[in-house]
Design a protein around this ligand. Structure first.
Ligand code: PRP
Ligand code: URA
Length: 204
């Protein structure tokens, strides 16, 4: 179950993220911008409940958010997608899962985990790149073990192989992504992709 963000501005931003000449400072700004569009897409069905308020002219019932939100960036590149949530959502909690792919085998290794209470919350696991799917599958395992039941994965670029992996290992977790690319290369990088997201985000 995956959903591809459809917005001309998202396509425009993605083109500049992909461009090899884009420098880290601009790359971070673009990451924040597309992260905001994805955050709005991933939360557009959050439940609301009516609150009693008074406008300057009369009382009224008006909707407010009715479900707490938890965002879990996969370190380190997922940090680039975090700020839209902390800027926009009044009572968001943040958890962290650290995953690192081995450069030779592309297998993900977990090195850190700190999660807030997850019961009853909409939990969004965010990571810009879904390549083999190994990092995301492990992160989703950990987040489910910690109690998440309403869980989604939000990525910027996804490969067909990564999507198949999520759909087979976590069929109950919807994926929201800005692009589905062609394939993985021999080193398990996404083609055409945008390179190593963490390196481009942090200039490493
Ligand atoms: C990148 C990316 C994902 C992972 C995707 O992280 O941010 O977490 O690779 O690849 P996969 O689907 O094959 O697991 P990386 O391991 O390079 O670490 P970083 O975020 O610290 O750069
Ligand atoms: N991680 C990245 O940053 N880019 C890829 O293409 C694959 C994994």
């Amino acid at each position: 179950m995956h959903h591809v963000l459809q917005h001309p501005l998202a396509s425009h931003i993605l083109t500049h993220l992909r461009d090899r000449t884009t420098k880290p400072a601009t790359f971070r700004t673009l990451c924040h911008q597309i992260g905001l569009l994805l955050a709005l897409e991933a939360t557009k069905d959050l439940p609301t409940q009516d609150a009693s308020i008074e406008t300057p002219l009369e009382p009224m019932q008006s909707p407010v958010l009715a479900q707490s939100l938890v965002v879990v960036p996969i370190l380190r590149a997922g940090l680039g997608m975090l700020q839209p949530y902390t800027d926009m959502f009044p009572s968001v909690s943040v958890g962290y899962v650290g995953m690192e792919r081995d450069h030779d085998t592309a297998e993900a290794r977990s090195y850190y985990c700190k999660l807030p209470p997850l019961e009853g919350c909409r939990v969004l696991c965010v990571d810009p790149m879904l390549a083999t799917g190994g990092s995301a599958v492990q992160a989703l395992n950990v987040i489910k073990e910690a109690g998440a039941t309403d869980l989604r994965l939000v990525t910027i670029v996804s490969s067909p192989e990564g999507i198949a992996e999520i759909e087979s290992s976590h069929p109950d977790v919807p994926l929201i992504t800005a692009a589905v690319d062609r394939e993985l290369n021999d080193l398990r990088y996404i083609l055409p992709g945008l390179g190593d997201f963490g390196d481009r985000l942090y200039g490493t």
